[in-house]
Design a protein around this ligand. Structure first.
Ligand code: SF4
Ligand code: SF4
Length: 432
């Protein structure tokens, strides 16, 4: 089901309501001194994971991953993984992951370059004609897409309709493995090692044509200790820059740079580019786009996590340290373009980069929340709000008084959950 990105182990929950206050989409309430999650409102941002002092909330991204030895197992590496290992060559990180038992380990650098080429082409093609609505919004952060679907559906058409690199590469790897090993797609298991809890359900990722591209997702924090062990051993050995794995391109620093805020737009050769990270900033930015403040911009990179994917809830090291590591990798390896533009242009002209289904097809996500209230119901909410204390005390279990009033009208809460309404209703009964 959409929204099942996190699980609550309620026996440990103290009802402190930190998660209720942190949730940007008001998907959590307190009932009977325990947190209650409403998956139909959840965008998988992971803010609740970050603030829960008791460790009650877990990402549904896998933390254990016994490999099926009867299958060919390939791991696609989030570029953020490289930033977790200071003083380690990216190719050594890939080797360390392979030593965990994967048959193939896949770096994304070339596909990031391909994506960035497609962004430049799309902007150039549409800027003058304005056939696409500007500013274009990056499709990279799945949480941003869901936030738009839930809170800013008028912006869905602004999302760039280009397939995300992880999806392009998953499709490519599956096809290539089928031809190399002469096996069927079902004999291949593709993993994605990620810092992002919103990748919990691969079949519910951002765009519907991504369905089935990745089979399983694992949090970086879950594999970090084991990779550390292998990295130590590899570092002791001779320098070896070659690898026989057909997918282990020698990565440059394009991947690590991509994982930090601004890393997507920095290599682009366009003007009018903006990068915004952090939940609060992203929400402000989306409001400003709706108001037309950024109409002159071409492309806006939005990442919900602070510092970009380096600050993802499922990373293992401090995001500021990770940023240092990225900067060092960029200085050492550079971010040069390595793919021939004429070949990319051919792929672009054939439509290879484009998502089959446009993001606007996601308007049917979050149907309950988007169920229109009648005028009477809206009036009822206003009447209730006028009776409530208005101090957002949270005693009712909702994050604020207006949300509580809406919960009552939508049948999610009882009037008696609020001490003020209880008092009013008791007085009324006493007077009759
Ligand atoms: S933050 Fe939420 S889940 Fe964690 S203990 Fe407090 S109420 Fe329970
Ligand atoms: S993951 Fe984000 S949207 Fe979902 S409940 Fe937690 S804070 Fe709310």
């Amino acid at each position: 089901m959409i929204g099942e990105y996190v699980t609550f182990q309620l026996d440990k929950c103290t009802g402190c309501a930190h998660c209720v206050k942190a949730c940007p989409t008001r998907a959590i309430r307190i009932r009977g001194h325990k947190a209650v999650h409403h998956p139909d409102l959840c965008i998988g941002c992971g803010e609740c994971l970050r603030v829960c002092p008791e460790g009650v909330i877990q990402s549904n991204v896998e933390s254990r991953f016994p490999l099926d030895k009867d299958k060919t197992n390939a791991a696609i590496i989030s570029p953020a993984l490289y930033s977790q290992f200071p003083d380690t060559m990216p190719c050594d990180v890939l080797r360390a992951v392979k030593k965990m038992g994967f048959d193939h380990v896949v770096d994304l650098s070339f596909h990031l370059e391909m994506f960035q080429f497609a962004v430049e082409r799309f902007i150039a093609q549409n800027r003058e004609t304005r056939q696409a609505p500007f500013p274009l919004i990056s499709p990279i952060c799945p949480v941003v897409i869901r936030l738009i679907a839930l809170k800013h559906p008028t912006l869905l058409d602004n999302i760039l309709p280009i397939r995300r690199p992880a999806v392009m590469i998953a499709d490519d790897v599956r096809k290539k493995l089928q031809s190399i090993h002469n096996i069927t797609g079902s004999e291949i298991e593709i993993f994605h090692i990620t810092p992002c809890p919103s990748k919990a359900l691969s079949q519910e990722m951002v765009l519907k044509d991504e369905i089935g591209s990745v089979d399983r997702t694992i949090g970086i924090n879950a594999v970090y200790p084991e990779i550390c062990k292998h990295v130590e051993n590899i570092r002791e050995k001779e320098l070896d820059i070659y690898d026989t794995d057909p997918f282990a391109n020698i990565p440059n620093a394009r991947g690590p740079m991509w994982s930090k805020s601004g890393g997507e737009i920095n290599p682009l050769r366009d003007e009018g580019l903006l990068a915004v990270s952090g939940l609060r900033e992203v929400r402000n930015c989306l409001e400003k786009i709706e108001m037309g403040v950024f109409d002159e911009m071409n492309y806006i990179e939005l990442r919900v996590c602070p510092q970009g994917c380096l600050g993802g809830p499922l990373t293992a090291v401090d995001r500021h340290m990770a940023k240092q590591t990225v900067q060092k990798l960029v200085r050492t390896f550079g971010v040069n373009r390595r793919l021939p533009p004429y070949k990319l242009q051919r792929l672009y002209d054939r439509g290879w980069f484009f998502a089959n289904i446009r993001p606007s097809d996601f308007t049917d996500y979050y149907p309950d929340q988007r169920r229109a209230l009648t005028i009477d119901q809206m009036q009822e909410i206003e009447n209730l709000v006028s009776l409530l204390p208005g101090v957002d005390c949270g005693v009712c279990g909702a994050p604020d008084c207006r949300t509580f009033a809406e919960d009552v009208v939508r049948g999610r809460a009882k009037r008696s959950d609020c001490f003020r309404l209880r008092e009013i209703d008791n007085n009324k009964e006493g007077n009759t």
